[in-house]
Design a protein around this ligand. Structure first.
Ligand code: CS2
Length: 456
């Protein structure tokens, strides 16, 4: 049995198809780095992992298909098992505490700062010994380390956010400062919060995947699948005694910024564009949407002419990188649902498209094309709200209310958690969004995309 050197919050499909795959390979050469899976909100995954002794199937669905059993997790904590988690986090053998809790799991506001009005943060400040947020958990267990005169573990954020490590550090320091300024000083002095870039297209697990792995002879209730491509970039600041991630293909980079920005704007920006325009034009998966010449053409142009312009100069070959990404989207073996990518738009649009728009405005570049996916999100919200279909988003209630209102565009533009003041008060941007929304309403999304293609 391997030792436990990593504690991971949020053992969802992405973590199990990405990070755990790397660690599974590391364990073959160094058995100190078993992962403890912690899920304090839902019991299903950790219960099943426990039942399957931490084993599950990773299906690589791509030009070549392969199946592998992953066995990187060696202990499991579900809701109500916080005491066990806390005890484990006091163990000096635990050097990494990683997380994939989605953007909303960090309780940040529209500017990426800790939102003290967030109910989870209010709860944790009220009862810091029994936190519900990742920020609360990291602070409590770092406090325990300090009191036990142990060196801190390394918090490792593995979610899609710009400067994700620095954002998490700032949130933990802000929270700790409210409780005990000397603790915040200790964390700032002693702990490192590396930035990371994580990338591999991983659709949600469904019955089709379960059936597929069963055909291969695997009895498995929680298999995961992904494309062949996988990348993990970690800021090269891990303290001595940390796992040798470079030995298993993780890129240890002095500056993760350029990778992260390029990936979040090109891949995730294009994904969100495909999601909202694809759903409005009746597509179900990314591959379907990429099979639509007008839509794929629009996304290709948006990437080449608008998104890459916001990334230059870059140390990366953005042209090759963007072509690779659009090819990955065409992978017919992956049924990546647009509806899944459409979740949490209020959290995702700011770093995926609005930062690109703000920089285009500052540089005097046109935002006409960039306004189209923003308008598509707004019409997606309107359509779902008026049809009474659930909108998966931390702001769901507010979005549904605005979506049923007479002026959806201005209603959504007034949401400061999504649209910062400088954009919402910029008439060049807001007019472009209103125009795009009206064009889609009047002529339909297909006609607008064909017009865009014709202009190419
Ligand atoms: C997707 C991401 O669901 C989404 O929002 O855009 O999960 C995307 O597949 C990954 O970031 C790829 O690395």
């Amino acid at each position: 049995m391997s030792g436990t050197g990593i504690v991971h919050f949020g053992p969802g499909a992405f973590h199990r198809a990405h990070q755990a795959d790397y660690i599974d390979r590391l364990l073959k050469q160094d058995d100190r780095w078993g992962i403890a899976a912690v899920s304090l909100r839902s019991a299903a995954t950790v219960e099943t992992l426990k039942r399957q002794q931490g084993r599950y199937t990773l299906a690589i669905l791509d030009a070549e298909t392969s199946f592998r059993t992953i066995a990187a997790h060696n202990c499991f904590f579900g809701p109500g098992e916080g005491d066990g988690v806390r005890a484990l986090l006091r163990d000096p053998a635990v050097r990494i505490v990683s997380s994939t809790v989605t953007e909303k799991g960090y309780c940040l506001d529209g500017d990426g700062k800790l939102d003290f009005g967030h109910p989870d943060i209010a709860h944790d400040l009220d009862d810091p010994e029994h936190p519900v947020s990742i920020v609360g958990w990291l602070t409590l267990s770092l406090r325990d380390r300090r009191e036990a005169r142990l060196s801190p573990f390394t918090p490792l954020c593995c979610d899609n956010m710009v400067s994700n490590g620095k954002k998490l550090q700032a949130a933990v320091l802000a929270y700790a400062r409210r409780l005990d300024p000397s603790l915040a000083d200790w964390i700032e002095r002693e702990a490192v919060f590396p930035d990371t870039m994580v990338d591999s297209i991983t659709p949600a697990t469904d019955d089709a995947l379960r059936a597929l792995v069963r055909e291969q002879g695997f009895e498995d209730d929680i298999p995961v699948s992904r494309e062949a491509y996988t990348a993990w970039i970690v800021e090269d600041v891990l303290p001595v005694g940390s796992p040798d991630l470079a030995s298993i293909g993780v890129v240890m980079a002095k500056d993760v910024g350029a990778w992260e920005k390029a990936k979040l704007r090109i891949l995730n920006g294009a994904h969100s564009t495909l999601a909202y325009l694809g759903l409005l034009t009746g597509h179900e998966t990314v591959a379907d949407a990429m099979g639509d010449e007008a839509l794929a053409g629009f996304v290709g142009r948006l990437v080449r002419q608008d998104i890459i312009a916001s990334l230059e100069p870059s140390p990366l070959d953005l042209d090759t990188y963007s072509h690779q990404i659009l090819d990955r989207f065409r992978n017919p073996a992956i049924g990546h649902k647009l509806a899944q990518i459409a979740w949490d738009g209020s959290q995702k649009l700011p770093y995926r498209l609005l930062d690109t728009i703000a920089e285009a405005r500052a540089a005097g570049r046109s935002v006409e094309r960039l306004a189209v996916p923003i308008a598509a999100w707004m019409l997606f919200v309107e359509q779902r709200a008026q049809a009474g279909i659930e909108i998966v988003d931390p702001l769901a209630a507010r979005l549904a209310q605005i979506g049923r209102s007479a002026d959806v565009v201005n209603g959504l533009l007034s949401l400061r958690q999504v649209f910062p003041e400088r954009l919402a008060s910029d008439s060049t941007f807001t007019d472009a969004v209103a125009r795009a929304a009206q064009r889609i309403r009047d002529a339909g999304p297909r006609a607008v995309l064909r017009e865009e293609l014709a202009d190419a």
